[in-house]
Design a protein around this ligand. Structure first.
Ligand code: PRP
Length: 208
């Protein structure tokens, strides 16, 4: 099984509570998605590889370290888009490779509609970004696409996960650690996370 990390950071818990509130307007919702994404990225990148780097300070030489892996952010359209800026705040040089998937409302299966990955991988580490891990179908499909592309190290960063989705993703890809803001109770009969926050795409883009 994959490692599953649900944040216990007080700022994540605080911001997540406002995010869930049905009265939170799209502007505030987007701001919170961005901020929570930054905080989760801090947690998800704790094991990034570094290499020695020496710099000149005004007082002399200092031995430091620099991150050494090429990082790719992979937002799952649409809802993952809102997480990108928050992750970029910490990883400004990360490449962004979009994957377009929507969940068929009847079958709940992911349907791919956008993928412009080049033939060979250009990054060593990918962070898959999607606020919602519901059945896990979208996450499993995206990780499979990235593995087929040749990416060796993949992490999933989401805001809310249902136990069903966590189990699906970790069984399909046990090597992919899962970083979440919260693990919720269950999925309802139409595949929505309960208590959740509604539809993260609609709430960000004002389309609900
Ligand atoms: C939602 C969400 C995830 C997916 C999660 O997207 O943003 O991508 O469903 O469900 P799953 O774990 O069962 O696959 P949706 O299909 O509503 O598309 P959208 O982001 O374009 O609104």
């Amino acid at each position: 099984m994959a490692s599953v990390h649900a944040s216990t950071h007080p700022l994540v818990l605080h911001k997540l509570t406002i995010l869930r509130d049905k009265n939170t307007e799209p502007r505030k919702f987007r701001e919170l998605v961005r901020e929570i994404s930054t905080l989760l990225t801090y947690e998800a990148t704790a094991d990034l590889m570094t290499e020695p780097k020496e710099v000149d300070t005004p007082m002399g030489k200092a031995k430091g370290r620099a991150t050494k892996e090429n990082i790719g952010l992979v937002p799952i359209l649409r809802a993952g888009l809102g997480m990108v800026d928050g992750v970029w705040d910490l990883l400004p040089d990360a490449q962004v490779w979009h994957i377009g998937l929507y969940r068929d409302e009847k079958t709940l299966q992911p349907v791919q509609y956008y993928n412009k990955l080049p033939t060979l991988p250009t990054v060593g580490v990918c962070l898959v970004l999607d606020p919602m891990l519901a059945t896990g179908g979208s996450a499993v499909a995206t990780v499979t696409i990235l593995k087929d592309w040749g990416v060796k190290k993949i992490k999933y960063v989401g805001i809310i996960g249902a136990p069903e989705g966590i189990q699906h993703l970790s069984r399909a890809h046990p090597d992919v650690p899962i970083f979440l803001g919260a693990i919720d109770d269950h999925l309802n009969e139409i595949g929505h996370i309960v208590p959740g926050l509604g539809d993260a795409g609609d709430r960000q883009f004002g389309t609900g």
